[in-house]
Design a protein around this ligand. Structure first.
Ligand code: ZN
Length: 346
């Protein structure tokens, strides 16, 4: 079986939300398993998933209402609320790594990831999705870095102090709204200087090109797909893919049906082969070193055939069936991510 290192999941968000309802802030259901989870440790073991970027995403405050709220609420969120939520999600990851050291490791470098994998620990790379938790003057960035943060998406699909973000729309160009603010430009410079990976998923086109112009890192979109197959605002145009390729960057294919299906429907009745179509298209622009996985587990609606991490071997089998060679499959499944982490944050 082929080992998986994945570019994006929202398991910490799920665990944090569960804690809001049941009072358990330890995240221990990640270890024991949860029938409602797309990603937990038992499912990861079954699917040969050994690590990934673990996102800390702050949803709109109404998400903690008993009625559930709307996860796709695009209203701006307050800094203090986002900072507290992010600290709580970071705390869950730290609790897991501290209390289950044989199973979980927070990784700061590519060497850490390789060590975790050989020790059969889940390798967690800490990522902030939407930087509302970072002060606009960046005064708390060092503290997050010192705690283990190694990747930031400056904006989710809503405006913040750093950028405008790409609202969800279908069909739609990603060319919606303004790009980086002055604070956003300062954040990119600080991430370059500190070697924090910058994630372009959820940037609109203006923000994407602003980062392409000023960042010294390869351009990375951890969980985005091909706009020419599924013309959702969240997906990448061929021009964007070519810019990523030119920078030596990487795209992780997103398993959310709404970003995969050519009709943009959130209909889970979708064959895994649609993911292969996106992979083929991404490969044609980015080459074998520029394509990886970015599941979005616990953050989006997946196809029935791939709706938990336990089903990852089905995707590997689909790649084999499509004629992808062993070397290419290894690159897509984990090697390209580990190489990118080596190049950007280690
Ligand atoms: Zn996302």
């Amino acid at each position: 079986m082929t080992m998986i290192f994945d570019g994006h999941n929202d398991a910490l968000l799920r665990l944090w939300r569960e804690g809001k309802h049941n009072g358990d802030t330890t995240g221990k259901s990640f270890i024991s398993g949860n029938i409602d989870a797309q990603l937990d440790l038992p499912k990861a073991h079954k699917g040969q998933m050994s690590g990934g970027f673990f996102a800390m995403f702050t949803p709109a405050p109404d998400i903690i209402n008993p009625s559930g709220g709307n996860i796709l609420n695009l209203d701006p969120v307050d800094h203090d609320y986002a900072r507290d939520a992010t600290h709580a999600m970071f705390g869950i990851a730290e609790h897991l790594a501290t209390n289950y050291p044989d199973q979980i490791r927070i990784c700061l470098t590519a060497d850490d990831i390789r060590a975790a994998i050989s020790n059969r620990q889940m390798a967690m790379v800490m990522h902030i999705e939407g930087a509302e938790a970072i002060c606009p003057d960046l005064t708390n960035l060092d503290a997050f870095y010192d705690r283990g943060l190694r990747s930031i998406g400056p904006v989710w699909s809503r405006p913040n102090d750093f950028a405008y973000g790409v609202p969800f729309a279908y069909p739609s160009s990603p060319d919606i709204g303004n790009g980086l603010t002055d604070a956003g430009r300062a954040l990119i410079a600080a991430c370059n200087q500190k070697k924090i990976m910058i994630d372009l998923s959820h940037m609109n086109e203006a923000g994407f090109w602003d980062i392409a112009a000023i960042s010294d890192q390869p351009l990375v979109a951890t969980h985005s797909n091909a706009h020419s197959i599924c013309p959702a605002s969240r997906n990448l145009t061929n021009r964007q893919l070519d810019a990523i390729a030119e920078s030596g960057g990487l795209v992780g294919v997103n398993f959310a049906v709404g970003f995969l299906r050519p009709d943009g429907e959130k209909n889970p009745d979708m064959p895994i082969e649609v993911i292969i179509r996106h992979l083929d298209h991404l490969l044609s622009h980015l080459g074998e070193g520029g394509v990886a996985l970015g599941s979005d587990f616990d953050g989006a609606e997946m196809a029935h055939a791939l709706n938990t991490a336990a089903h990852l071997p089905r995707l590997v089998a689909a790649m084999q069936k499509a004629g992808f060679g062993e070397t290419l499959i290894t690159r897509i499944c984990h090697q390209n991510w580990i190489d990118m982490i080596e190049a950007t944050i280690s």
